[in-house]
Design a protein around this ligand. Sequence first.
Ligand code: FAD
Length: 422
Amino acid sequence: MKTSQHNILIIGGGTAGITVAAQLLKKDKSLDIGIIEPSEKHYYQPAWTLVGAGTYDLQNTIREEKKVMPSGATWIKEHASEIDPEQQTVSTEEGRTYSYNYLIAAPGIQLDWDAIPGLKEGIGKNGLTSNYDPRYAEYTWELLQNFRVGNALFTQPATPIKCGGAPQKIMYLAEDYFEKQGVRQRANVIFATPGSVLFGMKNIAKTLNQIIRARNIHTRFFHNLIEIRPEKKEAVYEITQEDRLPISLGKQDQDLGIRPEGDSKVVIPYEMMHLAPPQSAPDFIKRSPLSVPDSPYGWVDVNKHTLQHNRYPNVFSLGDASSTPNAKTGAAVRKQAPILVENLLSVMQQQSNLMKNPQYHGYGSCPIVTRYGRMVLAEFDYDNQPDSSFPFDTTKERWSMWLLKKYFLPWFYWNRMLKGKG
Ligand SMILES: Cc1cc2nc3c(=O)[nH]c(=O)nc-3n(C[C@H](O)[C@H](O)[C@H](O)COP(=O)(O)OP(=O)(O)OC[C@H]3O[C@@H](n4cnc5c(N)ncnc54)[C@H](O)[C@@H]3O)c2cc1C
């Protein structure tokens, strides 16, 4: 049953969906745009790190969705569940079907809590937390305040994640907080990652390595989290560096209570653990014809410079759900949105050569808070080459960058970006 038709249909009224709708309507307020978005709340997710560190109020990261919906767009408060790009329709869990001439897929990323045994049951209690979900960000702060002694473990999964720096940011803030509270001597701060470096961009990695050394943070590379035992407060990692197998642990590992399990696994006990959960495209995208064929993550398959779908020219995607291989951040969305808007309008005017238009070169940015009052800002392109917006070196820790993160960027988000003005 078809209930309605929109010239442009957008799936997702998050950062990307609202920004792009607002920009389109600024260009032409007569455009007929429908936005499928089930949530009554809109979140400013980048501040959840600060919520977890007790320096930002969770309520200030939330606005009513109806307040951010651009006037002129039609809000469809439903869950998209099926996409048929041949018929040009999107069906919803609520049982309705919407047809479109042009589709923008922006449903964000899915948090796969059930991808690691023990995580779904354990999260939000007994020392296990994640700033990736507003239900637990305040619990992170509770854990920091109550921490007295033991391992404070910070970790991330092997899948792509949104804001790749967020698992480290809360660690630096926690370490700083422990120092201020006088419990640092009794805290072992550990960062375990499946990766081989702290950060892909060289200058930033250099700064972070200096911080890690100066502040005695233990790093564990090639550690892939495969299980959590929440009752025992243990995390199990598979070691992915073949030349380290079979595992033999040194004195420092033993001092941290780390023990081997079989030839290729280690168990790290924790007093508190913060993690980013595994992530992928939402399931309804994965199983749709729009997803990248044979990819386990199921991103919407678009050209990385034009954001146009590789097989359906009337479909576009941006933000965390798209296949563009940039750092998945709101900052990337800000650069992607005007490119998508220009390309979509070109397609609507029957222009097919989008390579003549400005292209997206993979800009992403990651504000890495390194202390209360200090931050480095990484800005880079598809090749991890610097793509700076500032006339000074933001790869060094700065107070001004902290002010940018805590005060300017949230203001900019609500007042400029979501209004299609920046
Ligand atoms: C802890 C944390 C820290 C971060 N820090 C930063 C940072 O410092 N800087 C930065 O730039 N970025 C940061 N980010 C990332 C940033 O928030 C995201 O990259 C950005 O929000 C992506 O926008 P999006 O529109 O693709 O996804 P979202 O903003 O998540 O929006 C997706 C929308 O789709 C909707 N949706 C989901 N399923 C359906 C469905 N079935 N049908 C219809 N709609 C659906 C959702 O309700 C949501 O509103 C951070 C994120 C987290 C979690």
